[in-house]
Design a protein around this ligand. Structure first.
Ligand SMILES: [Cu+2]
Length: 136
């Protein structure tokens, strides 16, 4: 009996080390997959984060070059918000996020013009959660 216990502990330690190894390789695969989504080849990225509080984004206007465009909006609030874009026939919505997650819109070919970005959660745009995106 007294000889078998140490052997059992060594086997347990190896099993724990192997499990930890598998867990870390799994999370790195997840992060590379999400970066592939956010970096569509050659696209112009605009970051329009939600303000720390209230119904607003951190900026009321933004500019981006025409072509493939990615709009990203990190929401630090516990209140859910999204990033949406409308104008010139475009009507695009990111998903509603909260607590530091990012809402993203990918547009394959955004043409020059003036657009409105806004939060599509009912009442939020009317409360002032919007801004102007100029595409050059
Ligand atoms: Cu909102």
């Amino acid at each position: 009996m007294s000889v078998r216990w140490p052997t059992a502990l060594i086997v347990l330690a190896v099993a724990v080390a192997a499990a930890g190894c598998g867990g870390s390789s799994g999370s790195s695969a997840t992060s590379s997959a999400s970066s592939a989504v956010s970096s569509v080849a050659g696209s112009h990225v605009v970051q329009i984060d939600v303000a720390p509080s209230g119904f607003a984004y951190v900026k009321s206007s933004a500019t981006v070059q025409s072509g493939p465009v990615v709009i990203r909006s990190m929401n630090p609030q516990s209140v859910g918000h999204d990033i949406s874009l409308k104008g010139n026939g475009v009507d695009a919505h990111g998903k509603i996020v909260s607590n530091g997650d990012t809402s993203t819109i990918v547009i394959a070919n955004l043409k020059p013009g003036t657009y409105t970005y806004y939060c599509s959660v009912p009442g939020h745009e009317a409360a002032g959660m919007k801004g102007t995106l100029t595409v050059t």
